[in-house]
Structure formats: C-alpha cells, structure tokens
Design a protein around this ligand. Sequence first.
Ligand SMILES: [Zn+2]
Length: 312
Amino acid sequence: MKVGVISLIHEDLHPDPGDHPENAARLIGVSEYLRNSNIANDLDFMDIHDDPSEILGRVHAPEYIATVKTISENGGGGLDEDTYITPGSYKAAVNVAGAATACAGKVVEGSFQRLLLIGRPPGHHATRGRGMGFCLFNTISVAAEALVHFHNVEKIAIVDWDVHHGNGTQDIFYNRPDVLFISLHQCPLYPGTGRADETGFAEGQGYTLNIPLPIAAGGQEYMEIFENKVISCLEDFKPNIILISAGFDAHRDDPLGGLALTEQDFGWMTRKLAEVSNKYSGGRIISVVEGGYNPDANARCIYEHAKELVKS
Ligand SMILES: [Zn+2]
C-alpha cells in the first residue's frame, strides 16, 4: 500500500549547538535514501500541517508551552543540560506537532492507512509539564490525542521501541484506559524510568506495559518478547489504530544505545505490528521517528521499517 512520508528535519530552525548527538545530520539523508530505494514508488512524500495549538494544550501544560516559546523568542537556551532550544525551536516543534495532528486526520479520513513522520526535535521524553532528553513537544502523544479529541477514536495503541524509555508518553497517558502504551527499552539507561511494575494508574491501570531489556539484548530477545507479550497484549486490546514511537537507537551501531538490533529486526517488528493492524485496526499505522544517532544506521533502519509499512 501507499505510505505517506512527512520529513521535517528543521536543519535551519532547530540546529544543534555543536557536537550534540541530536542533530539534523542524523536524519537529513533519510529521505534521499528512501527516494533512491526500490520502494520509492510506494512512498508519497507530503507536506502536511495543521494548527496543533488546541491539541498541544491538551497534551502539555500551558505554562510549559509558554516557557518553550519564551526561551525561543529570547534567543534560545538550555531547557536542561542536554535539551537545547534555539530561536527557531518553538516553531520547529510546533511544525512537527502540526504534522502529527494532520497525520491523525489523514488516517481517519482514509486517504492513507499508513504514515511515517520523520521529524525533529524528537518527542517521547517530553512529559506533560516539561521537555527533556532532546525532546520539546511529545509528537506521538499529540497524534494520539488528536485521534481521540478530533476524531473520536476509542482505542489507540502506542508501541515505543526507542532504546530509551518513553517516559513522557507514559506520563501523559498513565491514568487513561483509551491509550495503551507499550515500551521496550534498555535498562538501566536514561531516563531511568520504565520498570516492569509501572503499569498505569487509576483507570489506566493495566494499560502501560514496560519491558526493560538488559544491555546487549538483540533480535532473539525481541522476537521472544514480541511473541510472548507485545502481540498478545495488542490482541487483547484490539486497537483502532497503532502508533509507533520508532526510535532506531536500539540498533547495534548506535553510539548512545547498548542493544544489538539490526535493521532487519526493525523490519520484522514492523511486520508484526502491521499484521496486528491488519487484523484489528484496518491496517492503520502512524509511525513517528524518535531517537537514532547513527545517520547510516538510521537510513537503513527507516528503509526496512518503511518497506514493511508498504508491504505487510
Ligand atoms: Zn532514544
């Protein structure tokens, strides 16, 4: 099937301060790689954007959104020791959020079943009240909330396979039963959350599944966990749509992660999720790229990921 691809790298609006792992170079070659690949004809490169302010205001605390804006307007600065804001960062982060809300609309109206958003700054560490870990606004949560709020989608599954725990996404939906959050991540590793006993709160109890993995875990471990936990959890939940927080820093060549996945592993994980989506979700998937700090590995991984979004 045709997969929509949105690329918002923001090399001008959100340049890194120098020698920072979260930089435009890590994703800038990906679109070209996809355009030159054997799936190029199955990809539709698009420029879509909605005004995300209403959804951003539901996902994040208004004071936090105002803080990001103010720091940008005042010339930029550090939100914390590793999360930078440039004069253009607020606009860049709003652009990515706006693309996420537009993706929600596209999938619901049926013009695309599958969309891949390759954007930065990344999002999954941003909690309701603060950005951290290179992330300003939580893109995947914006997509999920747009699906709920604008389109009345009742059950959304978010699968986060970035090597780091998606603490921000967990925080935003921790007490909600309509958004199932599944995270596979290296432990111990930044940000230190994501223990197996973090399973949700109040009405959201049982709708967070954390799967911490030891250093050097690879495809074999992931395959067993997918078979034994991830797929059955999704099948019990029967999501109306699957969202993927697709970080590629669990790749064996990544400089920040300590896991051992190959690009083919990201391919079969995508295939497994696509099969679940075909069974329960009308094939609908929105994938949002998160981390991944080796440019060459990112290109190969995102190609394998996109290929399975097209074919599975
Ligand atoms: Zn990461």
